[in-house]
Design a protein around this ligand. Structure first.
Ligand code: GLN
Length: 549
């Protein structure tokens, strides 16, 4: 369907605490409007000073979600993509750092014609430009503001959306606030006071939310909702209870049940909206709630105590489970514990049906991951290496099978033979390669979608059902193509390369039920209703492995 409405803007803010599920709520609302036939676009404004989250530790910020056009973005964009199926892009995410970079560039360029450059109007205008640019691209543009209302750094964003909302008017702009009703055990009740304060804070900044999404871990007494409506000056039916769901994919269904999309449409005076078609969400939930079996996958990484670090990966594994009608249990194994330890990683990996080594950076944990790859190879357990996980499997094969006993990656060692390295370190006179160690860390990786050609009759070609693919990358180092023959003699076949044949993209073992390493991040493109073929196939192999033991 084309764009049938003047673009309506929905601004989603959060109050009381962070991690309220604003991103998921936005994604779910987007999915619900889409299910009614509207075209939606979701974007995120992050108030931190980093230009993008690419330089932040996964412990700080969780996963960095990479888009086709090579942007390193907030993980909420992953939710947006998974829920709506719309590929996100650089222009769907901005940060204070990005806004200020642009303002300062304009200042240096003399674009402000002698004006004193100030937060209002220059920074707020820059933020509004980011939002206004989406006008006409969808029926509904949903803009999530990161952080919590009242934070110092989000003030310019709040002011910008206030101005923007004022200019657009009620028919085209809506403020939706997400808050928390904490449960106080001593009182035995959910408390509404933090919500009242948060709305007051927002009103103090000139924004009157018209919809309130109240997060709670248990049923909210209707009398409490009424009280919130009264104190916060919001229509009763627009104070919406949003309880924890059993799966994130249940959120669109539960939010529809409590009237979220209906109330949004009502706030815009849209009376002729088609009913939503939620069949695909219901189908997914039927699968999730009625698995026919289960498998356990060990994820051997080093950001294992923060779930958000591997957000897309966890979801992609779940999608592989949905496709195969099984529940996927993830067992996180902390690779760093096995770097030096004499203790065998086998203790941790025994009994699992598949081993996955995900993306990662730096030396810590590398040896542990190499041990995990060796264990999977020797015990014939399905192995899926993603990015760093491919590189470690290559080092394992080079060291133990191909006779390159001192094989190493220049990422963490100057010593040994560099089977993995910066391309500049192993190609002579290749003018195309510009990466170097001296470059800034931010934005200096091979980022975004790149095509790859798969070898005919390879396992991956069979899995993908085609030989030309495009996948998203985020890495600096590459497997050295010069070791192709040695690795292949050792049974590790380079079954996918860049179209010019210089960059190995996929390696697969020819003597193992399922042992595949990929240089890219397939998890970023997996969706609940369109699981990634590699994850479908990996979980299928894990099911088979489970039957064998
Ligand atoms: N650290 C490795 C590199 O930069 C792998 C990166 C990753 O796993 N995303 O090449």
């Amino acid at each position: 369907m084309g764009i049938i409405l003047d673009t309506k803007f929905i601004f989603i803010t959060g109050g009381v605490v962070s991690s309220l599920g604003k991103g998921l709520g936005s994604a779910a609302l987007g999915a619900l409007l889409q299910a009614r036939g509207y075209k939606v676009r979701l974007c995120k404004l992050d108030p931190y000073l980093n230009v993008d989250p690419g330089t932040m530790s996964p412990f700080q910020h969780g996963e960095v979600f990479v888009t086709d056009d090579g942007a390193e973005t907030d993980l909420d964009l992953g939710h947006y993509e998974r829920f709506t199926g719309n590929p996100a892009c650089q222009n769907d995410n901005t940060t204070t750092g990005r806004i200020y970079t642009s303002v300062l560039q304009k200042e240096r360029h003399g674009d402000y014609l002698g004006a004193t450059v100030q937060v209002i109007p220059h920074v707020t205008n820059e933020i509004q430009d980011f939002i206004r640019e989406k006008d006409g691209t969808a029926d509904f543009v949903l803009c999530e503001i990161g952080g919590t209302v009242g934070d110092i750094e989000s003030l310019p964003f709040i002011e910008a959306i206030r101005q923007f909302g004022n200019e657009m008017g009620r028919k085209r702009a809506l403020f939706l606030h997400v808050t928390l009703l904490p449960y106080i055990p001593a009182a035995g009740e959910l408390k509404t006071k933090p919500t009242q304060h948060s709305v007051k804070e927002l009103m103090g900044m000139g924004i009157r939310p018209r919809i309130l999404l109240c997060r709670a871990d248990r049923e909210i007494d209707p009398a409490e909702l009424k009280k919130i409506s009264l104190f916060c000056n919001i229509d009763e039916e627009k104070v919406i209870p949003a309880l924890d769901a059993s799966s994130i994919y249940e959120v669109p269904l539960t939010y529809h049940k409590v009237g979220l999309d209906t109330q949004v449409l009502d706030a815009f005076d849209i009376t002729d909206a088609p009913a939503p078609d939620l069949e695909k969400w219901e189908r997914i939930m039927r699968r999730i709630k009625n698995p026919e079996g289960e498998v356990t996958i060990a994820v051997v990484g080093k950001y294992t105590n923060l779930n958000d670090s591997y957000k897309s990966l966890n979801e992609a594994l779940c999608h592989g489970g949905i496709a195969n009608k099984v529940k996927v249990n993830i067992k996180f194994v902390e690779a760093t514990l096995f770097d030096e330890s004499k203790e065998d990683i086998a203790h941790e990996l025994q009994g699992v049906n598949g081993i996955l080594v995900p993306g990662g950076f730096g030396e810590r944990g590398a040896e542990g991951k190499i041990k995990a790859a060796q264990y999977a190879r020797e015990k014939k357990i399905p192995y899926f290496g993603i990015c760093f996980g491919l590189q470690m499997a290559v080092l394992e094969a080079a060291r133990h099978l191909a006779g390159v006993t001192n094989a190493n990656s220049t990422e963490f060692s100057e010593e040994g033979e560099h089977v993995v390295g910066l391309m500049t370190e192993w190609t002579d006179g290749n003018k195309k390669q510009k990466r170097s160690r001296e470059e800034d860390l931010g934005g200096s990786m091979r980022l975004g979608a790149f095509p790859a050609n798969l070898k005919k009759d390879s396992k991956v070609a069979e899995i993908y059902g085609q030989t030309d693919i495009s996948e998203r990358h985020r890495h600096r180092f590459e497997v050295n193509i010069n070791f192709k023959d040695k690795l292949e003699e050792a049974g590790f076949i380079m079954s996918g390369t860049s179209p010019d044949g210089t960059l190995p993209e996929i390696c697969e073992r020819n003597d193992h039920p399922w042992f595949i390493g990929v240089q890219y991040h397939p998890e970023l493109k997996s969706k609940p209703f369109e699981p990634h073929p590699l994850f479908i196939s990996f979980i299928e192999a894990a099911i088979t492995q489970g039957r064998l033991v």
